[in-house]
Design a protein around this ligand. Structure first.
Ligand code: SF4
Length: 372
């Protein structure tokens, strides 16, 4: 199993671009965390050795050390953590006081994923982030001093407030800071966000060419600093691959707990309701708080293509007949032969990956191999 994901659905304020499930009211926090502990007791099976626990959100660093300890204890009552278990906490710079860092380090949390997004106040204000550039700059050093060797940060490119010079500065500051892992995403305009509203009103213009140019700057700098791009949006040095995400991209199963969390067992995908009150009601009562679907062979093939092609390991066509059968194999071979982006695919040692020039368009390239 890839591991356990716990969704903490609370944030201090709504970032303009975010469509994740979260609430800015903390009124239900206690009862919701209690419901997650009950879900752990109900759903996590007791004979597993777990390699990875991932607290995502939302903003898990809004949980006190005591609250995180309770969740970890609930898990440890059900499973054994492997000796080198990776326990990741997504966190925001404004929550990372030196006291808090020391407390969560003491709990055994050994990897932080810090949502820095930018080291420039103009970007942070535009995105309505809760932190400022000073906090963005100091939190990494504070985390290293507290003992966290395994640190990753998130940076966003393609914002209308980010010039290419600002973006290059962001990357340089990040890669000079002592981190071994970076996740970087283009600003995307998602439905039901303030950003989408502002774009529709013509107040803001998000330009794909800017994002593509800044992605190129990122790839240049990454190579210069000795980081490798092991997934379209993820970079590391010294093979510090994120255990949780890598296992997910490689198709392992995982259990997701908390509202809006997804689970996958190799056959079925299950997702909890993205509503805090109904989640609590469901866990504490009898109402159904999740939905599930059995993935068809075609769904599993499409997912294999999508996740595989986003990584440096790519896909291995010789696996396709045994994984998905003869009919899908024939379809794959035929589609590959006629593939419109053939020049963006690299076939080496039996594996297919996307060339550096094609990586900005990875999702479109993968989608053209999908079976519909
Ligand atoms: S980006 Fe993170 S901090 Fe901002 S609203 Fe979304 S989940 Fe919350």
């Amino acid at each position: 199993m890839a591991g356990i994901y716990i969704h903490i659905p609370f944030c201090k304020q709504a970032c303009t671009y975010c469509n994740f499930h979260f609430s800015t009211s903390l009124a239900q926090k206690d009862v919701l965390l209690n419901a997650i502990e009950i879900e752990i007791a109900d759903r996590v099976t007791s004979d597993e050795v777990i390699d990875s626990v991932y607290f995502g959100g939302g903003t898990p660093s809004l949980c006190s050390a005591k609250e995180l300890k309770n969740l970890l204890s609930a898990l440890e009552n059900k499973v054994t953590f492997s000796e080198d278990v990776e326990i990741t906490l997504e966190c925001n710079p404004d929550d990372l006081s030196t006291t808090y860092l020391a407390e969560i380090f003491e709990l055994g949390i050994n990897r932080l994923s810090i949502g820095i997004q930018s080291f420039h106040d103009t970007d942070l204000k535009f995105m309505n982030r809760a932190h400022n550039s000073t906090e963005a700059k100091t939190c990494i050093q504070n985390a290293l001093t507290a003992g966290f060797e395994n640190l990753t940060i998130d940076l966003i490119y393609g914002s209308p407030t980010t010039s290419n010079e600002m973006w290059a500065e962001n990357i340089k500051r990040a890669l000079d800071s002592g981190i071994h892992h970076l996740s970087s995403y283009a600003l995307t305009v998602e439905e039901k966000t303030k950003l989408n509203h502002d774009v529709k009103k013509g107040k803001v213009f998000v330009n794909e060419e800017t994002a593509a140019a800044q992605f190129d700057i990122l790839l240049d700098q990454i190579n210069h600093y000795g980081f490798e791009q092991y997934e379209i949006s993820n970079f590391c040095k010294e093979e510090k691959y994120a255990k949780h995400n890598t296992a997910y991209w490689q198709g392992s199963s995982y259990v997701g707990l908390g509202p809006a969390a997804h689970s996958y067992d190799g056959e079925k995908r299950r997702w909890n309701i993205a509503n805090n009150a109904l989640y609590i009601k469901g866990v504490l009562g009898t109402s159904l708080y999740w939905e599930e679907e059995i993935l068809s062979n075609t769904d599993r093939y499409n997912e294999y293509i999508m996740t595989g092609l986003r990584t440096k390991w790519g896909i291995n066509p010789s696996e396709i007949p045994s994984l998905f059968g003869h009919e899908i194999d024939i379809y794959f071979q035929k589609t590959l032969a006629e593939h419109p982006y053939k020049d963006k695919l690299l076939i080496k040692d039996g594996n297919i990956t996307i060339t550096e020039e094609g990586r900005f368009f990875a999702d479109a390239i993968a989608a053209s191999l999908f079976k519909v």
